[in-house]
Ligand binder design. Sequence first.
Ligand SMILES: *Cc1c(COP(=O)(O)O)cnc(C)c1O
Ligand code: SF4
Length: 350
Amino acid sequence: MEKWKRILAQSVCSIDELAEHFQLDAESLREVNRIFPCRIPRTLLAGLSSPSDPLARQCIPDPAELSGSEDLMDDPLGEVRFRKSEVIVQKYPDRCLFLVSGECAMYCRFCTRKRKFRQPFVITRKDIDDGIEYICSHKELRDVLISGGDPLLLDDEKINYILHGVRQAEHVKIIRIGSRAPGILPERITARLVKILKKYQPLYMNIHFNHPDEFNGAVCKALKRLADAGIVLGSQTVLLKGVNDSPEIMRELMWKLLENRVKPYYIFQCDLVYGTGHFRTSLDCGLKIMESLRGWSSGMANPHFVIDLPGGGGKVPVTPDYLLHRSGSDCHYRNYCGEEYIYPDVTAGD
Ligand SMILES: *Cc1c(COP(=O)(O)O)cnc(C)c1O
Ligand code: SF4
């Protein structure tokens, strides 16, 4: 058995073991676990010093998950509404999601698709074939985003089958894979896997990272292997209370990403998902982080901060406003230090 499969098979899913490891109250966690199960790779658990460790907060069940709020929903992104087949979600004119895997190496407590932990969904060969057929017959699709769950938890052969299928559509110019595996289960990035991925260029990979502590020797090596294969790496980060809701941590994370050849792409406002309310931050918190990046750090370290609108509206950018006011054609801006400068705009007819 490959090493990564062995690690997965030995993941910690037992509340009693977890409670004992961290000296937590097993009774209250058992209740959470009944609704939102837990899964943590043992390799990762070994590195966690306490339940308040930033990575521990992302994976250890918390009784706060059971306190609902009327704002929270099961399917906040309205994915059910935009579902075109069992595995395709298309909301935008030129790109779609292809959900090929129901599994993840770790169950993130804040996951948008948390509703699915309860009944991990099984994706059949027919579902995959229907998805490929949808992609092949929709000529407007230029960009296919392979996601899940985590697509990299599939076998090499299945990944090859899916990528090969999508590449049959000549109108699809780029393929993107969304995964958290390089950071959570770096052993998955084997030479054999990378050799398969490399065949399907142009291939982009958006990797989920939330905290600078998620980088270690094995993770950096996995990222290097992907980058050396010419796969363009981007990041996705979820803004989480108690994990990364400070300018200092975010700045450090953005730099860790860049140093490892990952271009920061998105910071997401936490979605309104049942069982995740305790991770929510205010929009001002995110705006403050964005202001702390712009100008103070390389433009390369500036991702887009977005809300995926409830109800299925798609992603909208949330940006600090640098325009103070206009007087005639003069636009008065503040710069990153708060100093005022004027940009004279052209007026209509000039
Ligand atoms: C996020 C998302 C995409 C990709 O959006 P980009 O802004 O192009 O990265 C595509 N389809 C759906 C349904 C999405 O949620
Ligand atoms: S890796 Fe992504 S899809 Fe999987 S549980 Fe975490 S946030 Fe959800």
